[in-house]
Design a protein around this ligand. Structure first.
Ligand SMILES: Cc1ncc(COP(=O)(O)O)c(C=O)c1O
Length: 428
């Protein structure tokens, strides 16, 4: 289902130009780093109008910053959205999105196949706000419908889930959300808008950890909430944060005042203002630079990942490979529908010999860096059982897809033969 036509310019053109103009005073062509906390008002009326949200401009960089604003417009363009709120990290983008939607006592439904940090944030920390997450298997659409309650305010999934090569049926989840009158929120970190644009498949809000492929060099933490602008926050009385008078703004109703920019305005004027997880201007700048080469990098990430996954699938010491690009993946057909231009860079494989064998492979690699990140130009390797999931029991690790034999790879843009040689030697 196509709900929004992509804008006039092609993806690569918007990747380089969207949201940016030469700087008007100096003519600087690249977006400058506005390393400013605050901006001079023209006069008292200008200040009052900015503070009342009657005019748009810059007051204080906790809320808005000119460098970050370019990144926000660029991401909205690439995702086919209406507006973006950038934040200090992917996790804070999740906080901002839910903060606009949820009240204490509310619930949301999330896929049980998510990045582990999101499972902890949703399942444990969000409970302190009185928000409850129901985790269900999104491969069973009935499970989503059965989990709906009058208190359910959103449905959340990852387009391409970290790390197991799981591809979500976004259209099916969007249909359930639409029927229930609640938004579908999709974390598009792993796919990036180059491979998948969830709004075109019915998503209402798209989230990113810009820390990963968007910045692309492992230098800059960041997050983004991209709003489609298509969700009707006033269709029922379930979203008072957006469609009821806001006491923190003299009774302003974001939905009535800003329409399709309601969530984006709320993200800045309430979310960033009062919770404070602002993206640093330097990180916005680094991410703008990263996005300029997103298409070329993603093509190379995907080509390399396919070569490495195929090599591993045929290796005698490898028990299994989970990569949506391989015909052996149960998600291969779905990946062909939702992903265009490749199947992503991150996947897992199982090494024969369990825990000790997994540890040995990770320690024996020379080119792959042993660390807990994805989406770097460099290839990365992780043995979850001995690192991110080491506090869990064997049974808990197996359920989380982090069994003793599991190794996660984030394939970079290096020469693929070098990556294959490194893994071959490490496998012994
Ligand atoms: C899919 C996904 N979403 C969200 C996050 C959280 O992002 P950040 O680390 O920028 O807070 C991560 C981090 O690994 C991730 O992989």
């Amino acid at each position: 289902m196509t709900r929004r036509k992509t804008p006039e310019y092609g993806f690569e053109t918007r990747m380089v130009h969207a949201g940016a103009q030469p700087e008007p005073v100096t003519g600087a062509r690249q977006t400058p780093i506005f390393q400013n906390t605050s901006y001079v008002f023209h006069d008292a009326d200008d200040a009052a109008s900015l503070f009342n949200l009657q005019s748009f401009g810059f007051i204080y960089s906790r809320l808005t910053n000119p460098t970050t604003a370019v990144l926000e417009e660029r991401l909205a363009s690439l995702e086919g959205g209406r507006g973006t709120t950038c934040s200090a990290s992917g996790h804070s983008a999740q906080l901002l999105a839910f903060f606009a939607i949820m009240e204490p006592g509310d619930r949301f439904i999330a896929s049980n196949k998510l990045y582990g940090g999101s499972v902890t944030q949703f399942g444990k920390t969000f409970q302190k706000f009185g928000w409850h997450c129901d985790f269900v298997d999104f491969d069973e659409p009935d499970a989503i419908t059965n989990a709906l309650t009058p208190k359910t305010k959103a449905i959340f999934c990852e387009a391409l889930a970290n790390p197991g090569g799981v591809v979500t049926d976004i259209e099916a989840a969007a249909a359930i959300a639409r029927e229930a009158g609640i938004p579908l929120i999709v974390d598009n970190t792993m796919a990036t808008p180059y491979l998948c644009r969830p709004i075109e498949w019915g998503a209402d809000i798209v989230l990113h950890s810009t820390t990963k492929f968007l910045s692309g060099n492992g230098t800059s933490m960041g997050g983004a909430v991209v709003d489609s602008g298509l969700f009707d926050w006033g269709q029922n009385d379930r979203f008072p944060g957006l469609a009821a008078p806001e006491p923190a703004y003299h009774g302003l109703n974001f939905w009535e005042s800003f329409g399709d920019m309601a969530l984006t305005m709320h993200g800045h004027a309430i979310g960033l203002r009062d919770l404070g997880p602002t993206m640093a201007p330097m990180n916005a700048f680094q991410t703008i630079l990263g996005i300029e080469s997103l298409a070329m990098r993603m093509q190379r990430h995907c080509e390399n990942a396919m070569k490495v996954a195929t090599f591993l699938e045929n290796h005698a010491r490898v028990a299994w490979v989970r990569y949506a690009g391989l015909p052996s993946s149960p998600y291969h057909a779905r990946a062909q529908k939702y992903l265009s231009g490749g199947f992503g860079s991150v996947f897992t494989f199982g090494v024969k010999g369990g825990y000790e064998a997994g540890l040995k492979v990770v320690e024996s690699c020379c080119l792959f860096s042993h660390l807990a990140n994805i989406g770097d130009a460099r290839s990365l390797i992780l043995h979850p059982a001995s690192t991110t999931h080491r506090q869990l029991t064997t049974e808990q690790r197996d359920t989380a897809g982090a069994g003793d034999d599991v190794i996660r790879l984030s394939i970079g843009v290096e020469t693929p033969e070098d990556l294959i040689r490194d893994l071959n030697e490490a496998l012994g």
